[in-house]
Unconditional design. Sequence first.
Length: 367
Amino acid sequence: MSGSIFGKLFTVSTWGESHGKALGVVVDGCPSGIFLSEEDIQKELDKRKPGSNPYSTKRQENDEVHILSGVFEGKTTGTPISMLVYNKDHHSSDYSEIASYYRPGHADYTFDKKYGIRDYRGGGRSSGRETLCRVAAGAIAKKILSTLQIDLFAYTKSIGNITVSEENFHKEHISKNKLLMPDNETAELAEIYLQQCIKEQDSAGGIIECVVSNLPIGIGEPVFDKLQSVLGQALFSIGAVKGVEFGDGFSVSKLKGSQNNDAFFADENGNIQKKSNHSGGILGGISDGSPLVFRLAFKPTPSIYKTQQTITKYGENININIKGRHDPIIVPRAVVVVEAMTAIAIVDLLFQNMVSNINSIINFYQL
């Protein structure tokens, strides 16, 4: 299987399956001298681990991380950083029945046709559990961004048709409710909606918004590696993501140029600013100094307890009732995954940007 490595200078390679012995990640291209501990990684992993909120799978995993290489005496050494998490609460017998049929909405059918073999235990490599590797790598990328005073945060913007309005946005509320929504009252309405979905043996989708502030001007390459192109690849690689939009996204198709253009002006200190941010902080594929803003649409969890129609691997029509432990909604646990992939992509582009101008190279080597 190819395609398990992301990045050019700051690279992330993940391995492992949902019900295998362990999962892991190797991060290469990390500079030396960064203070890093297992506690730094664990803090991020705890945000996505199973059982972290009432609306996640009942699978109980500590997701305890082990740093195997690349860190010495509390600092990164500049060599590859290898991290491992052992699987402990894997009930593989819950999945023995699905070896003979294809679950709707899952990658069972396509994996079988592509590889001629599939690990049916929880989806194997296509399981959302693989994202813990990304979160571990993202914890390192976040430390690098923090060192550069670049701020990044994501949150649940909507669940089903329950959406947080701009007027009711309170950043401090995000950590105060189970759904990571920036408005506690909206979160309560979303919980009522989720309870109804669970009662109906169904699941829900939603939208995550991410905001990156203090990103320097000039990040992103203007042709194939535009900022939104690299981020798009990173974000679409998250299994349940069905759409990504930057700035005003699809709604700009209904605007006129005079409405969509962000006017420039010089403030009293001579700094160049924009009067609006319809572009979401990107012009020509390059960061423009405004906040980078984008949203991701997540599909409902495909594993539901309702009776569904499908086929066996032999082409027989059957009805199924999926067993096992499944999230009724993916979105809250995916917030930290979005942050991780965003941080990884931006760090890689930051490193690439260092050689875009000869003056940067001269300054670096103090010539």
